[in-house]
Design a protein around this ligand. Sequence first.
Ligand SMILES: Nc1ncnc2c1ncn2[C@@H]1O[C@H](COP(=O)(O)OP(=O)(O)OP(=O)(O)O)[C@@H](O)[C@H]1O
Ligand SMILES: [Mg+2]
Length: 560
Amino acid sequence: MFLITAKLSIIAVPVLLKWIVDGLDVAPDLRMVPLALLVAYGALRLSSTTFQELRQIVFARVMARTARLLTLQVFEHLHALSLRFHLNRQTGAVSRDLERGMEAVTDLLDWTVYTILPTLFEITVVCIILIQAFDWTFAVITLATLATYVAYTFVVTEWRIRFYRAKNEANTQAAGRAVDSLLNYETVKYFNNESFESRSYNLTLVAQEEAEVKALKSLAVLNVGQSVIVATGLTLLVWRAAEGVVAGALSLGDLVMVNAFLIQLAMPLNYLGMVYREVKQALTNIENMFALLHQQRDVADAPDAVPLQAGGGGIQFDNVFFSYESDRPILRGVSFEVPAGQSVAVVGTTGAGKSTLARLLYRFYDIDSGSIRINGQDIRSVTQTSLRHAIGIVPQDTVLFNDSIGFNIRYGRVDAEAEDITEAARAAQLATLITQMPKGLDTMVGERGLKLSGGEKQRVAIARTILKNPPILILDEATSALDTRTERRIQAELEQLAKNRTSLIIAHRLSTIVGADQILVMDQGRIIERGRHEDLLAQNGRYAQLWTMQQHEVPEPESA
Ligand SMILES: Nc1ncnc2c1ncn2[C@@H]1O[C@H](COP(=O)(O)OP(=O)(O)OP(=O)(O)O)[C@@H](O)[C@H]1O
Ligand SMILES: [Mg+2]
């Protein structure tokens, strides 16, 4: 309603103008009527702006909220996508697409609701007035101008949208490159490669520049063409009106009104062209955001997925075959069982597929054949949330949020009490460290936790897993970055933690897993030996070899 009132006020202005001119023309000394009209003229101009602004106020919330909800949806979707997608993405590029998409949604709403519809309304009303007041040629010229204009805009915009798309692509790539380069700040310094980095960044920037120039040049083509069409239409109309005045069929006021209408129409007409362009550009921007939304989740809950009943958390791998890329098998027929409450250790050569076992159990990927069961339930038949709720992982490489130590520990259970956090920190041998830090738990850990030492990061990861308190525990070389003494101490805590829990322990240092209920030796995606420590030593195979080798390493002297 605000919109319509604003438009009606605008349309009434030329009509008033006609009355004023005609009034002055007929009786130049009768001042009363034109004076009232002048006041009305001003009031109408004011009311058109006022209602325009009112409309803006009323609609602001709709636009802002739509943009918010959509962005949130994309964000949630990104988190729902599998690890496979995230290992391939470029953080900078994705966030740039998100940002542009969000701006575009607001623009799109703005342009369609505020501009296209009101302008169409205005054109219709003006045409009706023209037909009623004058002969049909006026309306025909107006409509013909309009049609040519729209057709021209459409064709040219279709042609130039490719430049815009290229520009976006270049922009996304540049953002991805910049973020990747900055994330690797240290590596760049290690190898003195600043100039290499700026050269390759510059390459993406050059592509962006080229695309941008093309987009701007083609814009000029569009603008000039549009102006030619509008100017031609205007000239024809004024010519027709002047003819009418000469013939005595039209008054001077009529000429003024036609002129004012046309100038008024030309503005939204110009708008309309810009709008089509903007809408097209906005759609191109949104395109990438929606492309993210349409990304298939390759690991998805089955339609009839039920929550996992973890129970004691017994794990079974049954003849599991798996490959990340179809042309390179990683696991070839792995079968083993971790009975509820027991601990199984996995050792083996690097790249054998040990961490892969953990990722599969966590269902970051679906296996090619065979089955993985927890407490008798196939993990593909349960919901991912319940599955991941039941498993705690201390990963091989820990990455922390750029926040405080306390925040990162609390991440294991976001509603944990302060005492629980202190207790978890103590169990992970972090207590001394925290008391040494002036800010204690509030110490910031820096981007990806890089302000902490490797061992400290690992202990934060252990602390938050302790806090999560899951029935199943996976330790992927959880103590590899610690010195022997700290490792011994933490080992005691981890054994405590693993008690009554099902645990899968991946380790390089064999001395840490001698107590495991079963030890699996992996090589090239297969389990080549299995059994208890003593049995494996007795077998005198690969494990015994490894053991002897590690025994010869000089052990660190242990002090009390
Ligand atoms: N996302 C991935 N895409 C493709 N290949 C991968 C991916 N992740 C791991 N791989 C490959 O799978 C193999 C097994 O990896 P995995 O991380 O399980 O090894 P690992 O036994 O844990 O080794 P390490 O002892 O060095 O940690 C490796 O050769 C690795 O290159
Ligand atoms: Mg590993």
